[in-house]
Ligand binder design. Structure first.
Ligand SMILES: *Cc1c(COP(=O)(O)O)cnc(C)c1O
Length: 394
């Protein structure tokens, strides 16, 4: 979109990145094509040589994918976005595109399980080492930095305990040591938190979650400056091939149009449920950044526009009580997915964190009585009634 004044988030969400074709379509089309034709041999040669702009092949570029990329870049306030086949492909492509053997990553311990496996089992084979630290312990981050450290990596709020990292402080630390800060912004989305404006270098997304928002497609993205994302990460993706499909890009770009409205509704429902749970005698503790009892409530208030749709709580009765509550629900879906219009309920200790040793789990604060909710868009009274049924079967 061409415009003189900077447009607001809500305008960019519905119009950013649209390049209307000469058919005059109002809604963005899906370009389901793997390749593109050239008007002449000379034009083909110029495109292949990089001397003329234009599409060659959908592993490199596709107009629907480009619309999604431009729209998400605008919402995150980034120079460039590249879309990927999944959130994990975004993390892999960032590491392979920007790092080399001998480099070192400092990462929060509280990150998505597959990211830990990617770091420990696979990147380690190629000579990239990772040290883990507690998300909110800034001195631990500093102590873990080595001369070889190139990347600091985190998610905030963390999963499932909703711990918050101070992005501006960690960006300053990273830059003082010549490293980049990458933030997996999956839980907040740009509707609630814009890490680049706080100093982060890279934003990573699993679009599978709130950007789709209705549990239909798997995809991801990396956003940041042209030199890192447009050259380093994109160069890897166009060569190695974890590109986003045009159809998925279309679902995600339409998802961005309603993202802020959906996030506001997720947040309102989550806040209401968190307060209600906190008042229940069966509940030992509620983890939600929007509660005054959250240890980083003030930081969350400063750094985020709202507190998100993920709520965790610890039941007094351990695993037995947790499973009983989960099995008594009729509205919540028992699944580990999150960021869906449909509310989901998970027992982290036996699913997402089930492969950790009991000691490591205890150290991470994942108790046997812990339950994680991804609060959806249903009527909150129905969600309360659904949980009350399980709480009352004691
Ligand atoms: C789901 C998730 C990922 C991985 O995304 P996929 O799209 O499943 O590959 C990465 N980070 C976070 C925080 C996630 O929740």
């Amino acid at each position: 979109m061409e415009h003189d004044d900077p447009l607001h988030f809500d305008t960019l969400a519905v119009r950013g990145g649209q390049h209307r074709t000469n058919e005059g379509e109002h809604s963005e089309p899906v370009f389901t094509t793997s390749s593109y034709v050239f008007s002449s041999a000379a034009e083909a040669a110029a495109r292949f040589a990089g001397d003329a702009p234009g599409n060659i092949y959908s592993r490199f570029t596709n107009p629907t994918v480009r619309t999604f990329e431009e729209r998400l870049a605008a919402l995150e306030g980034g120079e460039r976005c590249v879309a990927t086949a999944s959130g994990m492909a975004a993390i892999l492509s960032t590491c392979l595109g920007l790092l080399q053997a001998g480099d070192h990553i400092v990462s929060s311990r509280a990150i998505f399980g597959s990211t830990v496996v990617l770091f420990d089992k696979y990147l380690s084979r190629f000579g990239i080492q990772v040290s883990y630290v507690d998300l909110s312990d800034i001195s631990a981050w500093e102590r873990a930095i080595r001369p070889q450290t190139r990347l600091l990596f985190l998610e905030t709020p963390s999963n499932p305990l909703t711990e918050i990292a101070d992005i501006a402080e960690l960006a300053e630390l990273a830059h003082r040591h010549g490293a980049w800060l990458a933030v997996d912004n999956c839980f907040c989305t740009p509707a609630l938190q814009r890490p680049l404006a706080l100093g982060a270098d890279l934003v990573i997304h699993s679009a599978t979650k709130y950007i789709d928002g209705q549990g239909r497609c798997v995809g991801g993205a990396v956003v940041g400056p042209q030199d890192l994302v447009g050259e380093g990460v994109y160069g890897l993706i166009r060569t190695a091939g974890p590109s986003m499909s045009p159809f998925n890009a279309w679902v995600f770009l339409k998802g961005l149009e309603t993202l802020r409205l959906r996030m506001a509704a997720h947040c309102a429902n989550a806040r209401e449920l968190a307060r209600w749970l906190e008042a229940r005698p069966e509940v030992r503790r509620v983890y939600y950044p929007g509660l005054e009892s959250h240890p980083q409530h003030e930081l969350a208030r400063r750094q985020q526009d709202d507190f998100g749709g993920i709520v965790a709580f610890e039941l007094a009765g351990g695993r037995e009580a947790a499973w009983r509550l989960i099995d008594a629900t009729r509205v919540f879906s028992i699944t580990a997915n999150l960021g869906d219009a449909k509310s989901t309920i998970t027992h982290p200790a036996s699913t997402t964190h089930g492969r950790m040793s009991p000691e490591a789990r205890a150290a991470a604060g994942i108790g046997e009585g812990l339950i994680r909710l991804s609060v959806g868009l249903e009527a909150v009274e129905d969600l309360k009634a659904d949980l009350a049924r399980g709480l009352e079967t004691r």
